[in-house]
Design a protein around this ligand. Structure first.
Ligand code: ASP
Length: 327
C-alpha cells in the first residue's frame, strides 16, 4: 500500500510517553495539514516528465486544472512515446487518432475522441469544457473545432510508428497489444493543489492497431477518468474495453466515497474488472487514485505497471503498483 500520509504521531498530540501498542492501535495517524499538498500522480514512466511540468505550477500555488493540462502536454509532444500524442501507434488503417479528457474541481469536464492531426487533444478537451456547452466532440467535428480554436494541424505519424505498423500488417499479429507495451501507455494524471482542489487529465493514442473508428476508455468520463472534488479522483490505463464495462474510474471514486482508501478502492475496482471480463488474464488494466487528503494508491492486473508521484515529502519518483498477477 502506498500512502503518503505522515505515519509519525505528533508528540504534542499524544505525549512523549506514548507506548508502541497505543501508537499501533491508532487507525488514523494525526497529520500536519500542510504535509499533504500539493500532490501529483501519473501513470507509467512518462509520468516523471509530466509530473515535473505539473509540479512547476502546483509548487507555486497554481491550480490543479492548469497543472494536469501542462503535465500531459509534455507526453503528447514527445515523439518517442508511442502511445500518446505525436508518435502514437496508428489504427489498423495506418491513421493515428487521439482520445483525451479533462475534469476540474467543479465537476466540469471536456473530452475529444477520434481526433486526427492535432498535437494536444488535452487542450482541445479543455476548450470543449470551457468554451462550449458540450462535454464531448469526436472525429471531424472535434478537428474542425480545434482548428477554429487556433490549434495547428500536424502530422502525428512518426517514421518509427509507421514502420511498426507496416511490420504489423505483414505479420498480421493479433489485434490485442502486448501487455505493458514498452512500459508506457496512456497517461492519466491527477493533481491536488495547495488550495485543496482536485483535477485530472487523461490522453492517449489508444490501443495499437485498433479498428478504424475505435474509441477506448480514455476520453470517456467515468471510465478513463473521474474527479469528484469532495472525494478524490481516479484514472485508468490498459485495455479500454474492459475499463468501460466496469465504468472503472467512477467506480474507484465511489468506492472512496464509501470510505475506502485510494489503494483499497483501486484493488476493489480491479476485482470488478476481473469479474466482468472473462478474458482478464490476457489484458492489463491499472488504476491510480488520489483522494482529497492527498492519500494515493494504485493497483493493476499484471505486474509491470508503475506510476510517478511527487509531493512535498517525496521527490518525483516511480512507484511499482501492486498487482493481482505476478510476472
Ligand atoms: N486505455 C487506452 C485505450 O484503451 C490504452 C492504454 O492505456 O493502453 O485506449
Amino acid at each position: 500500500m502506498h500512502k503518503n500520509r505522515r505515519t509519525f504521531i505528533k508528540s504534542t498530540a499524544i505525549g512523549a510517553t506514548a507506548i508502541p501498542s497505543i501508537v499501533a492501535s491508532l487507525s488514523e495517524p494525526l497529520l500536519s495539514e500542510d504535509d499533504l499538498k500539493p500532490v501529483v500522480i501519473s501513470t507509467w514512466n512518462h509520468g516523471l516528465a509530466a509530473n515535473e511540468a505539473a509540479w512547476k505550477i502546483l509548487a507555486t500555488g497554481g491550480k490543479a486544472i492548469d497543472a494536469v493540462e501542462s503535465g500531459v502536454r509534455i507526453t503528447e509532444s514527445d515523439p518517442t512515446g508511442q502511445s500518446v500524442g505525436i508518435g502514437g501507434r496508428p489504427d489498423m488503417t495506418g491513421e493515428v487518432t487521439l482520445d483525451a479528457c479533462i475534469m476540474n474541481e467543479h465537476g466540469d469536464c471536456g473530452s475529444v475522441a477520434y481526433l486526427k492531426g492535432i498535437e494536444h487533444p488535452i487542450s482541445v478537451a479543455r476548450a470543449v469544457m470551457e468554451k462550449t456547452r458540450h462535454v464531448m466532440l469526436v472525429g471531424d467535428g472535434a478537428k474542425e473545432f480545434a482548428l477554429a480554436q487556433g490549434f495547428p494541424e500536424v502530422n502525428l505519424l512518426t517514421e518509427k510508428s509507421k514502420k511498426d505498423w507496416e511490420e504489423w500488417k505483414v505479420s498480421q499479429r493479433k489485434v490485442l497489444p502486448k501487455i505493458n507495451v514498452e512500459n508506457h501507455d496512456t497517461i492519466g494524471l491527477l493533481a491536488l493543489d495547495k488550495n485543496g482542489d482536485l483535477s485530472g487529465a487523461c490522453t492517449t493514442s489508444g490501443a495499437a492497431w485498433k479498428m478504424k473508428g475505435r474509441v477506448g476508455d480514455s476520453p470517456i468520463i467515468g471510465a478513463g477518468l473521474y474527479v469528484d472534488n469532495e472525494i478524490g479522483g481516479a484514472t485508468a490505463t490498459g485495455w479500454g474495453e474492459a475499463v468501460i464495462r466496469a465504468v472503472g474510474c467512477f467506480l474507484v471514486v465511489e468506492l472512496m466515497r464509501q470510505g475506502n482508501s485510494p489503494q483499497k478502492a483501486c484493488e476493489l475496482a480491479v476485482q470488478r474488472v476481473i469479474d466482468k471480463n472473462p478474458d482478464w488474464r490476457e489484458i492489463q488494466v491499472g488504476f491510480i487514485a488520489l483522494n482529497k487528503s492527498g492519500e494515493y494508491g494504485a493497483y493493476c492486473i499484471h505486474a509491470g505497471f508503475d506510476y510517478a508521484v511527487q509531493h512535498p515529502k517525496l521527490d518525483n519518483q516511480m512507484i511499482k503498483s501492486d498487482s493481482r498477477l505476478s510476472l
